[in-house]
Ligand binder design. Structure first.
Ligand SMILES: [Zn+2]
Length: 233
């Protein structure tokens, strides 16, 4: 068959072709694995050419994903765990009473068993978030003259977002953001409170954010670059 005779440059990665009822080719990369979503009858030549054209982009993505995977948070004795932006060495203590103690250099988690470690940590982070972020959100809303629009502050550990503001005035935060530097947490609060005025990400919205948080871009970038380090998987 002529098709099999075609020669393609050797690629630095393997890829899988998934054919479905669609019209275009698309690249999907997860955990460093490359999948090409293709129309049912796409020719091998077309797919190969498409992949060849995107080699450097795909390689960059794979590298980035594998790096991020290596950087995820590991809750284990001796590992560094951030809180308020500062890495602290984790010490796990098996004890019947759950408790977390933080000092400048150390973070001690008392947990009834190792498999409860993450639950104890999450619960404690949620308490910290409630303690700091609720009052800070109210304070921020007052400073921006938007406190009459703020109805509630709730917490939810959602993978897709750090914060969320509904048009009914309920603001939601991901409590694990307490691991980030305080300036980043404060930015997130200003961001969500600003949505009480503008429910979009228009230039008017960013102008509102700037009034209380002129360095918003830097904090937004911090979340994009480091956010994955706050997740255990
Ligand atoms: Zn937003």
């Amino acid at each position: 068959m002529a098709k099999a005779m075609l020669q393609y440059p050797t690629l630095p990665f393997e890829y899988e072709v998934v054919r479905a009822r669609r019209k275009t080719l698309a690249i999907h990369i997860k955990g460093g694995k490359v999948t090409i979503n293709s129309p049912m009858k796409a020719s091998v030549a077309w797919i190969s050419e498409f992949v060849s054209d995107n080699v450097s982009w795909i390689q960059g993505k794979i590298k980035d994903q594998l790096k991020k995977e290596r950087e995820v948070l590991v809750l284990a004795d001796g590992r560094d765990v951030p809180f308020l932006g500062q890495a602290r060495q984790l010490k796990v203590v098996i004890a019947s009473r759950q408790k977390v103690q933080v000092s400048d250099e150390q973070l001690v988690i008392h947990t009834p068993s190792r498999d409860k470690l993450e639950t104890v940590w999450s619960k404690w982070l949620l308490e910290q978030a409630r303690e700091y972020m609720v009052s800070q959100t109210i304070k921020t809303a007052k400073a921006m003259g938007l406190d009459h629009k703020l109805k509630d502050v709730v917490f939810r550990k959602t993978k897709s977002k750090w914060g969320h503001c509904e048009d009914n005035g309920v603001i939601q935060f991901n409590p694990i953001v307490m691991m980030a530097p305080r300036a980043v947490i404060d930015y997130l609060i200003v961001h969500e409170v600003s949505h009480l005025r503008h429910l979009d990400h228009s230039s008017r919205f960013w102008k509102t954010v700037s009034t209380l948080c002129p360095n918003w871009k830097q904090h937004k970038d911090w979340l994009n670059l480091n956010g994955h380090k706050l997740w255990t998987r």
